[in-house]
Design a protein around this ligand. Structure first.
Ligand code: ADP
Length: 455
């Protein structure tokens, strides 16, 4: 129970408010103690002086009856000792415990001294004043009988503290509910997300820190939802891509088991099985490569390479793909050296040029140019192939995306090539764009920053 945030908020409030009030009261009392006592003394002194004047001005009998009638005796208790030790009292005790007056104090006052006796704190003061009457000297002792305005003030303060604490506690019980409610909602939402349900509405309209937390939480939820969606698509795509070659392989393997298959047919089936197995192996290779690139587990092996040279070598390496189909190359390659991961960059050119060959008609032309400005190298690879529809152009870098599914069997491929290319370009702090006119051709533009060559 004590662990719940609600209880903690309430307890923290109570402890701080009670502690704060007590400390404030003690400090204020300490700071004003002298002032309050002075105040008390002044009124006691004034009243005493009044009585002294009365006894000095009027005959004893008149003064005595005048003082006995004084209204102030409701609040003060007055004792008068004469030289013979006789005591005259003015004002009723009314349950009040009078302060003790010693013989020594009486003697001092009779000798003409003013005696003032006071304990620590805001306490009653005993004031001794000498006075002369026609029958001789008297020692008068005055003290306050009813609570002074200062002690009244402290009583009022105590009561105020109790009422303010009770009212404050009630209010904080209600207020804490409002503070804790959004946190409870967030906790419930976290539990649902942990259980795989990303469709949670928070409905927290608050501003401030809790509002910001709620907004960030909703953002996180949205991102998790997207990730979950991507994961599902990925699993579906992989199963689909694995399923089709597996179906071919098992179908042709079953066909091979039949005894009456002609030799040339048997050889054709075997070729298909080998090709499909190679396709699967290539796809798993690409997936592995992509996952390594995305996790950035291997740092780039940067070395200075001659970009134009690299592109020429990439074209020669895939010569069988283009020469058989009479595809021509037009090269405008400016000599540029830059620091890059040679093997990864080679993969970029192989994949892009490979696509241009794959999606071109026989006899097509592929132009490749390298341009350079003060900060970047821009490599453009244009073909005269089938092009990419506008709505697909922004999706071709997604994993497993193939622009035209009806062509996918004709053109072959897993849809991973450009995803790998994009990842490599990003790792080199570069950028890749595609411009295409369906039916006219496609231009892929790779921009790489020129970094200081490393040797
Ligand atoms: P794939 O292995 O299918 O070629 P990619 O990731 O390399 O996968 O390309 C994704 C899709 O983008 C291709 O299936 C194709 O539809 C489209 N594409 C890429 N390059 C070209 C191009 N030069 N001309 C036409 N379409 C292209």
């Amino acid at each position: 129970m004590i662990r719940s945030l609600y209880t903690r908020v309430v307890l923290t409030f109570l402890v701080s408010v009670i502690g704060g009030t007590v400390i404030a009261f003690l400090v204020a009392t300490w700071a004003f103690e002298d002032e309050l006592n002075n105040n008390l003394q002044v009124t006691l002194h004034d009243f005493g002086q009044d009585i002294v004047r009365i006894f000095e001005t009027f005959p004893l009998h008149d003064a005595d009856s005048f003082v006995s009638e004084m209204k102030q005796l409701n609040s003060y208790y007055v004792r008068m000792y004469d030289e013979s030790g006789q005591l005259q009292i003015y004002g009723a005790i009314n349950g009040h415990e009078p302060l003790h007056v010693t013989d020594e104090q009486v003697k001092k006052v009779l000798a003409g001294e003013v005696v003032q006796f006071q304990t620590n704190g805001i306490n009653p003061i005993l004031l001794g004043l000498p006075l002369k009457t026609e029958v001789g000297k008297k020692a008068m002792f005055l003290e306050r009988r009813t609570p002074s305005s200062s002690s009244f003030l402290s009583m009022w303060t105590y009561q105020f503290m109790i009422y303010s604490l009770s009212a404050g506690s009630l209010l904080i019980l209600v207020a804490a509910m409002f503070v804790v409610r959004p946190i409870k909602k967030l906790t419930q939402a976290t539990k649902r997300i942990a259980g795989g349900d990303f469709n949670v509405k928070l409905n927290i309209k608050q501003k401030g820190e809790l509002g910001t937390l709620a907004r960030s939480f909703e953002e996180m939820m949205y991102n998790l939802q997207q990730l979950e969606q991507m994961r599902r698509e990925f699993v579906t795509n992989v199963s689909h891509e694995v399923q089709s070659p597996l179906t071919s392989i098992s179908g042709y393997a079953l066909a091979l088991k039949q005894v009456d298959v002609a030799d040339h047919e048997r050889s054709r089936y075997l070729d298909i099985i080998i090709a499909e197995a190679a396709r699967m192996s290539k796809m798993s290779d690409s997936l592995l490569k992509l996952s390594l690139l995305e996790s950035q587990s291997q740092p780039l092996q940067l070395a200075t390479c001659s970009l134009d040279e690299q592109i020429r070598r990439a074209i020669i390496a895939i010569q069988p793909q283009w020469s058989a189909r009479s595809i021509r190359f037009e090269l405008h390659l400016k000599a540029v050296r830059l620091a890059a991961d040679h093997d990864l960059l080679n993969q970029v050119w192989t994949n892009i040029i490979g696509n241009s060959i794959k999606f071109s008609e026989d006899g097509g032309v592929i132009s490749i140019s390298i341009k350079q400005d003060s900060k970047h190298v821009i490599i453009q690879i244009s073909d005269t192939g089938i092009g990419i529809p506008l709505e697909d152009q922004k999706r071709i870098f997604e994993r497993f995306f193939k622009a035209d599914r009806s062509h996918s069997r004709k053109y072959d491929g897993s849809g991973l090539g450009l995803a790998i290319v994009k990842q490599i370009v990003l790792l080199h702090q570069g950028d890749i764009q595609v411009e295409s006119d369906p039916g006219q051709g496609t231009t892929t533009i790779v921009t790489l920053p020129i970094t200081t060559p490393v040797d």
